[in-house]
Design a protein around this ligand. Sequence first.
Ligand SMILES: *Cc1c(COP(=O)(O)O)cnc(C)c1O
Length: 226
Amino acid sequence: MINEQILKKNIQNIQENVASHSHAGQAPTVVAVTKGRTAEDMRSLVDQGLQHFGENRPQELLRKMDELSDIKDQIDWHYIGRLQRRPVKDFINKIDYLHSLDRDRLAQEVNKRADRLIKCFVQVNVSQEEQKAGVSPEELDRFIQNLAQYENIQVVGLMTMAPYGAEESELRTLFQTMKQLQVEIAGKQYSHAPCQELSMGMSQDYVIALEEGATFVRIGSAFFQE
Ligand SMILES: *Cc1c(COP(=O)(O)O)cnc(C)c1O
């Protein structure tokens, strides 16, 4: 279990960075990525005022929801990982945001299993890495237009994962491209896709992402490092 003093220090650091590197008037949402951490670690984060939590495995997410059911009113859940169709029905109505909508067949399944409007980020493979999930920038508009047929899907924004260990200049270019895409889609005023948000930035690169307009950052290891 994480030492409370270290956790406090890390949280303070992250909050200062977020405040000083985000755009004027923005209050970005910090999603604490707790994959691989215990429910007790999450409890400590909730005690320190954190509210948004990201998980990337359906089983782990469901187990933690169960273990933290006594404080469920204090938690917003974000599903941030690759998602197969099969587990969608088990948790889609229990989460607050899905960050990894990346293909039509997944959208179909989410729509079918949802019993309310699901807030989704469309994942974009902005670095065009072959092994990476996400819609390519060229296909993005068409992909989003096609989602209009799914009454339970709302596209709140775009999400990306930058390549690990990329240079700062490359990261800036990728994040700027994401910002342009977000503004472009928002400008189309699709009623099912307001697309006002940008989920980008992890422990390594969240400061740069915020400077380039991120409104959601997904931070894991920076909370827990010694
Ligand atoms: C693990 C993960 C993060 C957080 O990564 P850290 O480097 O630990 O901050 C963010 N987003 C996704 C999709 C992840 O899988």
